[in-house]
Ligand binder design. Structure first.
Ligand code: DP6
Length: 325
């Protein structure tokens, strides 16, 4: 019998135009499109093996056996792949991140992108990037954006195959960097899955959605033209709008800590002084500070002087998810 095993590697990504809110929870169809950049250096490596005499799917994550909701999200992708490949075997999944859990970097994007890639290859399927990104999306929306390389747009779509991600520009298109200021490593009290569910409780969410195509256009053009000023402005506005929705949801989701605000203020001041920097914040207190690669060290050094910043991680644009074995 043929060896049904494959190992893949994928990077997390940082969204410049955010995804917040889901219109179909079964398929993870988002209420708006989004744009992101993959983060090289940070990666998840995942091996999937479909095994003959195994009864149930098994997941080992960073050396620990996982059951419950984490395993269910893995099985959802494996079930889709088994159906497409017409196989019935259970799988053993072994996944490792090279960045610490709780470092403020969501491992679900790289994790489910690596899983979709390894599982479909192990099952003998040969799929296009779009189809793979749709499969990754089933268990984590942002994972859809970690399948293509470089700068990526996720089209919201109306069904499984029309909601997929595509590269806008490859990773070497623009020498940007992400300096991630870690201010708090604790797990957030309300994760993004619960947050997506209550997004509609904010009266601001419909205005955010209505204006998203405009922001997507500006961001896409800024990336294509390598226009930092335009990217900085739209990226910060988009992050602020999403946090406006979060803060005004019921219950209110207030993810910022005092150092978060200190960093936001500093970044805008540095930009006024002529340094090309911009911030964006996900569902947590840590701040992603985007700059040119030439400024990666000085920006990291400045961030480290802000009280409350424990650590600064750096990343440059990353490539697509790939099979490594
Ligand atoms: C705020 O549902 O993709 O980062 O729960 O980690 O799978 P996981 O996240 P996901 O939501 C991410 C939301 C966001 C914005 C974004 O990345 O677009």
């Amino acid at each position: 019998m043929q060896n049904l095993k494959a190992t893949s590697l994928a990077h997390p990504n940082i969204a410049f135009i955010k995804y917040w809110g889901i219109k179909d929870h079964e398929l993870t169809l988002p209420v708006n499109g989004s744009i992101s950049m993959n983060l090289a250096g940070l990666e998840t490596k995942t091996t999937v093996e479909f095994i003959d005499d195994q009864q149930k799917d098994e997941l080992q994550l960073n050396g620990k056996e996982i059951s419950g909701a984490g395993l269910d999200r893995v099985t959802k992708i494996l079930d889709f792949v088994r159906l497409a490949a017409k196989i019935k075997l259970a799988a053993k999944v072994v996944s490792e991140n090279n960045f610490p859990t709780g470092s403020g970097i969501a491992s679900s994007a790289s994790g489910f992108a690596a899983l979709a890639m390894a599982a479909s290859t192990a099952a003998g399927l040969s799929l296009e990037t779009a189809a793979l990104s749709s499969i990754a999306r089933l268990s984590s929306g942002s994972a859809s954006r970690s399948i293509p390389g470089g700068f990526v747009e996720w089209f919201q779509g109306e069904d499984h195959s029309s909601s997929y991600s595509k590269s806008i520009a490859p990773q070497d298109h623009w020498k940007l960097a992400d300096c991630i200021a870690i201010v708090n490593q604790e797990h957030k009290p309300i994760g993004s899955m619960a947050g997506h569910r209550i997004a509609t409780s904010s009266p601001l969410q419909s205005a955010r959605i209505q204006d998203t195509d405009r922001r997507l256009d500006i961001c896409r053009q800024a990336i294509l033209k390598k226009d930092f000023t335009a990217l900085a402005e739209i990226m910060e506005i988009d992050s602020n709008i999403m946090h406006g929705v979060m803060i005004s949801s019921s219950p209110s989701l207030f993810y910022w800590d005092p150092p978060t605000l200190e960093i936001m203020r500093s970044v805008t001041d540095w930009r006024k002084d002529g340094l090309a920097v911009a911030y964006t914040i996900d569902a947590g207190p840590n701040v992603h500070v985007i700059c040119n690669q030439d400024n990666m060290e000085p920006v990291s050094d400045r961030l480290k002087t802000i009280p409350g910043v424990n650590q600064v991680l750096t990343a440059i644009p990353g490539g697509p998810a790939k099979i490594i074995d």
